[in-house]
Design a protein around this ligand. Structure first.
Ligand code: IMP
Ligand code: MG
Length: 172
């Protein structure tokens, strides 16, 4: 069922663009180090390729979060896996796989800012611009993508398909 999905972004396009994003990040953090927070599970793939292309010294943290929504207008952050280390006074780079409505990321950002980092930047692999409900400023966006359900390179359908090496999509 997840075989031969139409390709939205090829392995090659993904890696080329990640190299550009890595260079941008290196430029911004020149001479400093950064705590990279990879948001499980989908962003693992992007995080690994991104940090390997960066020259900035990093420390790697992982978090797993989700937003739960009481009603359409209220929601909150559920932290399933929290940070192991204090980020107070540190440069922090959050690495996310996708921004859809923006709800999860906006809560995560609020949570991390409450820990008083020196700076907090956000890198996202895929930005579904049309779906945005909550405005979140993004510092690094690898790709703006159309409103399609994407699979592969970390993106899943019920936990399947994350290891497909390219980003494909499900045709409706
Ligand atoms: P939101 O920005 O709070 O709406 O949530 C984004 C989350 O929805 C992501 O972290 C993904 O887990 C999931 N998601 C949204 N769009 C897709 C998609 O196209 N493929 C796979 N997961 C998606
Ligand atoms: Mg996610």
């Amino acid at each position: 069922m997840l075989e031969n999905l139409p390709v939205l972004l090829s392995e090659d396009e993904i890696q080329k663009r990640i190299a550009e994003v890595a260079a941008e990040i290196d430029k911004d953090f020149e001479g400093e180090d950064v705590v990279v927070i990879s948001v499980l599970k989908g962003a693992v793939f992007f995080t690994v390729d991104l940090v390997k292309k960066m020259k900035t010294p990093i420390e790697l943290e992982v978090m797993q979060v989700s937003s739960y929504v009481g009603t359409e207008s209220t929601g909150n952050l559920l932290v399933k896996k929290d940070l192991d280390r204090d980020i107070e006074g540190r440069n922090v780079l959050v690495v996310e796989d996708i921004i859809d409505t923006g709800t999860t990321l906006s809560y995560l950002k609020e949570y991390l800012l409450s820990k008083n980092p020196k700076c907090l930047k956000i890198a996202v692999l895929a930005n579904k611009v049309e779906r945005r409900k909550v405005d979140v400023a993004l510092d690094y966006v690898a790709f703006d993508i159309p409103d399609k359900f994407v699979v592969g390179y970390g993106f899943d359908v019920d936990e399947k398909g994350r290891n497909i090496p390219y980003i494909g999509y499900i045709e409706e």
